[in-house]
Design a protein around this ligand. Structure first.
Ligand code: COA
Length: 313
């Protein structure tokens, strides 16, 4: 069976960074409350001429440049997002044009909330394997502040805007697993689409919190089991960055392995599908991740959906 490797990453951030103190000027909250309940210190917010598409293009372009590949060899482009600029055309077709990618390409948008990137990795692996192709470009791009309700203080403090891209290629013989779950639910986390009614994020924070801890724990355990690997083999467990307290609760279940969990939510808040590529980029840039390292990616989100991937880079 083929595994996959991540050849490169690229990220894109809006120009404006909003600290908790700045947010507290318009929302009844405080830096202390936000940090204590979520670990978040600031978030980026799109301004004029910044949106899901512009961040996707920037992140994608950087990932292609860093990978040093011929973009003719990109056979699939997937944009994972819950905050599309348009219902159609899909972001992936606009990104194909914007980056000058092949017309002979599998392109699609994928909405699986914050698990989208993990789902897309598995689809890319299957497609590249079946069609004997080289690379896939997967981009998580989110303009979440556009659908955030700033009159709901328990929700609005959590979200930020960003784009994050990865180039995925096949890795023959490498350890690999990818697990996905879905439990349809309209109540705890939702945002209307074309129905137009309630186009803001609605969330029952406590329910999401409980679900998230169990889902991430299951994702990690089953990724290990399916790949036949142990925690000792793993360099980093990279969780979707939704809330530092959620990650801390998961960590408690992995005594002795706490240092394998990494978080940078303090600087970006919850950027949904962009959050895992942003962590990956930071770890690659610091030299913390290298060829041959084994990692677990784990995400959860509205749907409810959750998923995990075991990857040997
Ligand atoms: N600033 C100050 N006080 C706030 C506040 C804010 N931003 N938001 C809520 N509060 C208050 C509430 O009004 C409540 O006050 P009360 O006790 O006087 O009624 C109190 O703080 C506790 O609120 P509660 O909603 O119970 O807080 P919580 O501990 O559950 O934390 C979340 C709220 C949203 C931070 C937390 O539930 C969470 O992170 N859930 C997961 C959400 C998530 O990850 N979503 C994305 C999934 S991809």
């Amino acid at each position: 069976m083929n595994g996959v490797t991540i050849l490169s990453t690229g990220t894109a951030l809006p120009k404006r960074c909003v600290t908790n103190d700045e947010l507290s000027k318009t929302v009844d909250t405080s830096d202390e409350w936000i940090r204590q309940r979520s670990g978040i210190g600031c978030r980026y917010m799109c301004g004029e001429n910044e949106n899901t598409y512009t961040m996707a293009i920037e992140a994608g372009r950087k990932a292609i440049e860093k990978a040093g590949i011929n973009k003719e060899d990109i056979a699939l482009v997937a944009i994972t997002t819950s905050s599309s600029d348009y219902l159609f055309p899909m972001n992936a077709s606009m990104v194909q044009a914007g980056l000058g990618l092949n017309e002979e390409i599998m392109s699609f948008d994928l909405t699986a909330a914050c698990s989208g990137l993990i789902y897309a990795i598995e689809l890319a692996r299957g497609y590249l394997t079946m069609n004997n192709k080289k690379y896939a470009l997967i981009i998580g791009s989110e303009h979440l502040t556009r659908i955030t309700d700033y009159t709901d203080r328990s929700t609005c403090i959590l979200f930020g805007d960003a784009g994050g891209a990865i180039i995925v290629g096949l890795n023959e013989g490498a350890a690999y697993a990818n697990k996905q779950w879905t439990r349809g639910n309209f109540d705890v986390l939702w945002c209307a689409g074309a129905s137009g009614n309630g186009q803001k994020i609605h969330m029952d924070g406590k329910e999401v919190f409980k679900f998230a801890v169990g889902a991430m724990d299951q994702g990690i355990r089953e990724a290990l089991e399916a790949s036949g690997q142990t925690l000792d083999d793993v360099k980093y467990i990279i969780c979707h960055q939704a809330n530092l307290r959620i990650i801390d609760h998961v960590k408690k279940r992995y005594k002795g392995y706490e240092d394998k969990f990494f978080s940078n939510i303090e600087r970006y808040a919850n950027t949904s599908t962009a959050s895992i590529p942003i962590v990956l980029e930071e770890l690659f840039d610091k030299g913390e991740l290298n060829k041959g390292d084994k990692i677990i990616l784990v995400g959860f989100g509205a749907g409810l959906v959750w998923g995990s991937a075991f990857i040997e880079l």
